[in-house]
Design a protein around this ligand. Structure first.
Ligand code: HEM
Ligand SMILES: Nc1nc2c(c(=O)[nH]1)N[C@H]1C(S)=C(S)[C@@H](COP(=O)(O)O)O[C@H]1N2
Ligand SMILES: [Mo]
Length: 426
């Protein structure tokens, strides 16, 4: 029997009408962009990028001196995962500025790629039946760890660099353990998919694949255009983030960087400040020459020095940057002060064989009140208890009367408003 003119046409994908389709039916997903080629290009970019993120992230953890327990270690029970830890070097002095600048800037720039990759495989989330076999169940669990791990690491990282510490507990163990879970799932996924991804790259025209919509909507732009859009988003994030690693006019380009403290302005103290003296409860009364004393302790010996007395010791200069775990850094600043190894000598150590040191700040509340430095850091002739920066006494916000500055160390080890130094093996 032939159809009358009024009979609606039967949809190509079966009897269900388009507005009744559920995400579980392949016909629900209609973007003509989806397919193995698009997914694979994004996958290859992530393969390179996330590997670099993982390595620079692990390196950043090593740079904290977590082994100098219990002071610096923000990740208790790191156990087996701490197998790779090593003594962080002091050369080249820009080492942490580079590794952590790459970690944060690359992490931010990869966000559009990650989101595009997740979008490209979104239909697979809804496949039915959800589990076909034991092997399939295991694969889906690993994908859950992969996607969950990716979202978790990128979210916690972003919140941290935006200075939003809204985590249960500390950021460090969450991001550290999260990285291992995520990367384990990532490696499994890469081993399974890289061969296909490389094959897919060679065919811009997609072969048979469950990612290709059976009922594609008419294209509004090409897949190359879509990639350009994702790449453009990454580039935009890159150029509005990278300025965090410089001072002066370049920093102004870092539109997305949080401005924790006041604008540093110009002059000798004109470089980034996160935590001001006022915000840490440091008053000018307690940092005055009359009140402030540096207490230096060694085995069986304690020395107390005022700032005028410190100024009588041999002073040395070093051009060193500050590089924060949050990815921002300053250019080299010219610091001047007393060598840490000369301070070790005051309490009985050979200045070419000093021990570790525990440094404590005047600050009574909040994070980063104390930090431990390893013997190789104390020994470096550029490692100073700085009293001046760029030719002027430290400003209160930069740690007056005295702050630590160590080549290549994460900013968090450069304690401000130092009150006490305890030399000895930690
Ligand atoms: C953050 C990193 C990544 C996440 C979150 C991710 C996520 C996913 C998910 C959820 C699927 C769908 C799996 C399924 O249900 O069948 C998938 C498929 C795929 N991924 Fe990834 N992936 C990532 C990185 C990579 C990398 C590094 C590669 C390889 C270079 C890659 C290549 C592929 C390929 C080829 C497919 C299969 C596409 C198809 O079905 O034809 N992915 N990915
Ligand atoms: N006493 C004290 N020292 C400190 C901090 C702090 O909060 N208190 N912040 C540390 C961190 S995390 C960094 S990156 C450097 C530079 O921080 P700033 O910009 O606040 O000077 O100082 C370090 N020294
Ligand atoms: Mo920092």
């Amino acid at each position: 029997m032939s159809r009358g003119p009024c009979t609606p046409p039967v949809p190509a994908y079966g009897r269900t009408m388009p507005d009744q389709l559920l995400p579980t039916s392949p016909g629900f997903w209609r973007s003509p962009l989806r397919g193995p080629w698009f997914t694979s290009v994004l996958g290859i970019v992530l393969l390179a990028g996330i590997t670099v993120l993982f390595v620079t992230g692990l390196v950043s953890y090593a740079a904290y001196n977590p082994g100098l327990s219990p002071v610096n270690d923000k990740t208790p029970d790191k156990g087996l995962l701490g197998f790779y830890l090593f003594a962080w070097p002091t050369d080249p002095p820009w080492l942490y500025r580079l590794t952590q600048g790459v970690h944060v800037t690359l992490g931010i720039a990869l966000i559009p790629v990650l989101l595009a990759k997740l979008w490209s495989v979104l239909p697979r989330l809804f496949t039915l039946p959800p589990v076909r076999s034991l092997a399939h169940a295991l694969e889906r669990i690993s994908l859950l760890l992969l996607v969950g791990g990716a979202l978790f690491e990128f979210t916690t990282g972003m919140l941290n660099v935006q200075l939003d510490y809204l985590f249960p507990g500390s950021f460090y163990p969450l991001h550290f353990y999260g990285a291992w879970v995520f990367f384990a799932a990532f490696v499994a996924h890469a081993v399974l998919r890289v061969p296909a991804a490389l094959r897919n790259l060679r065919h811009l025209r997609d072969e048979e694949s469950e990612l290709v919509s059976p009922t594609p909507a008419p294209p509004t732009f090409s897949r190359r255009g879509a990639l350009g859009f994702v790449g453009g988003g990454s580039l935009l994030l890159l150029v509005t983030t990278a300025g965090r690693s410089f001072d002066g006019p370049l920093r102004e380009t870092a539109l997305l960087a949080p401005h924790g403290g006041p604008e540093p302005g110009s002059g000798p103290g004109g470089f980034q400040i996160n935590k001001t003296a006022a915000s840490r409860g440091i008053s000018t009364t307690e940092t005055s020459d009359e009140a402030w004393r540096l207490v230096i302790e060694g085995p069986g010996r304690t020395v107390r020095l005022s700032r005028p007395e410190l100024l009588q010791l041999p002073l040395h200069s070093a051009a060193l940057p500050i590089a924060c775990v949050e990815g921002w850094s300053t250019s080299d600043q010219s610091w001047r002060g007393v060598r840490l190894r000369d301070l070790a000598a005051l309490v009985g150590y050979e200045s070419d064989a000093p021990p570790d040191v525990l440094v404590e700040s005047l600050q009574r509340h909040g994070a980063f009140r104390r930090a431990a430095l390893r013997d190789n850091q104390v020994r470096d002739p550029r490692a100073l208890l700085a009293l001046f920066v760029n030719g002027a006494p430290l400003t209160p916000d930069h740690g007056y009367p005295a702050r630590i500055i160590v080549p290549a160390a994460p900013g968090v080890l450069n304690t401000k408003w130092v009150a006490r130094m305890t030399f000895g093996d930690l």
